[in-house]
Design a protein around this ligand. Structure first.
Ligand code: HEC
Ligand code: HEC
Length: 305
């Protein structure tokens, strides 16, 4: 409530609130003294024969209303709400949040500490730890990797034991801690024919149908271009760069000739608006090392049953 641009608005808002509440109370009180003839109608009628009686307000209703008036006045004394007034309890949403975080730390702290000092493989064998890891995964990871962790186009499947960066427990933890973004440079300069050949070649080494003439041309282009720098001469990929293995039939972006051509032409994650822009966020500072440790164990368990 400290963001009023001037003292006037603080007073204005406080006055509107108070006048509103007190005005309601006065109006209610002024009506309480009115006299009515029980059974007499106001003379209005609807739907031909629905008549409106002119009876006094029920007592319970008036009292409920008075109670809400008193409640709101007490509330405004205790809590912020009257202009910039902070309320005598000193409550703010910030310190409520801090208190909740503190109490969560107190109840979960010892648990996290126990797992923090265990190796990831051992944590992955602990049912309670996996449940905690799964809950974290459901909160922070499923929008990209899916609730079943099987990924989607551009977001890797975490259950198949095929890794861009490596499936060793420490490597998984590193991926989660620091984030990842594999960059493939664009290759439009190779020309459409060479790129079409490359796409057929890549499909053929994965055992998919391909035009043999084009695939042959693609093999030459693969060796002549810089593809092997990142994907390797054997095409098995490079985990230091996150360059995928091109010889298995597991695809980050899809196996269609069209999709492969798009990737070779525009590259991946180049940051130019033409290529994809998929990034694995870094979680260490946001979640803390303890939660990352539990997540690493959960992810590890998905492909190491
Ligand atoms: C905003 C989307 C996004 C979110 C959220 C996200 N990831 Fe990722 N993640 C990615 C992308 C994209 C990659 C692949 C990076 C690349 O292609 O270089 C990836 C890669 C990974 C890898 C490495 C996989 C490999 O094959 O080496 C792991 C492990 C991983 N994510 C785990 C997680 C966990 C655990 C969470 C939740 C804390 C999470 N991710 C949340 C987008 C996301
Ligand atoms: C600078 C390193 C680099 C070079 C050079 C490079 N790539 Fe890549 N390539 C990558 C990375 C990294 C990815 C994964 C991108 C991601 O994580 O989003 C990738 C992805 C791919 C994919 C998609 C695989 C899938 O599973 O969907 C194909 C196909 C591919 N590259 C083929 C090629 C070909 C053909 C060439 C040569 C013309 C080449 N790459 C050159 C780094 C490279």
């Amino acid at each position: 409530m400290s963001d009023f641009t001037s003292g006037f608005w603080h007073l204005f808002v406080a006055a509107v609130a108070l006048i509103g509440i007190i005005g309601c109370a006065i109006f209610l009180w002024s009506q309480g003294g009115a006299t009515y003839t029980i059974g007499q109608t106001t003379g209005h009628s609807w739907d031909e024969n629905l008549a409106e009686f002119n009876n006094p307000l029920p007592k319970w209703w008036s009292w409920l209303f008075y109670i809400t008036v008193v409640f709101s006045l007490v509330y405004l004394v205790l809590f912020p709400g009257l202009g910039a007034n902070k309320g005598i309890l000193g409550w703010t949403s910030h310190n409520q949040y801090d208190a909740e975080v503190d109490s969560a730390k107190q109840s979960y702290g010892p648990l996290y500490e126990k797992y923090r000092n265990m190796p990831i493989q051992a944590v992955a064998a602990d049912r309670q730890a996996l449940e905690m890891g799964q809950r974290l995964f459901m909160t922070y990871c499923i929008q990209c990797h899916g609730a079943d962790a099987k990924g989607q186009k551009g977001f890797p499947n975490l259950t198949d034991n095929d890794w861009l960066y490596g499936g060793e427990p420490e490597t998984i933890e590193l991926s989660i801690s620091n984030g990842r973004q594999g960059v493939m440079t664009p290759h439009a300069f190779l020309g459409e024919d060479a790129i079409k050949g490359l796409a057929n070649y890549v499909r053929s080494v994965s055992g998919l149908s391909a035009d043999p003439v084009l695939a042959n041309r693609g093999r030459d282009a693969y060796m002549a271009s810089d593809c092997s720098t990142c994907h390797g001469v054997d095409m098995k990929g490079n985990k230091l760069l996150g360059a995928p293995n091109l010889t298995n039939n597991i695809w980050l972006y899809g196996s269609s000739e069209e999709e492969i051509i798009r990737g070779i032409t525009y590259g991946r994650n180049v940051g130019d608006g033409k290529s994809t822009n998929n990034r694995m966020p870094a979680w260490k500072s946001f979640l803390g090392e303890d939660k990352v440790h539990l997540l690493a164990a959960y992810v590890y368990s998905l492909s190491n049953k």
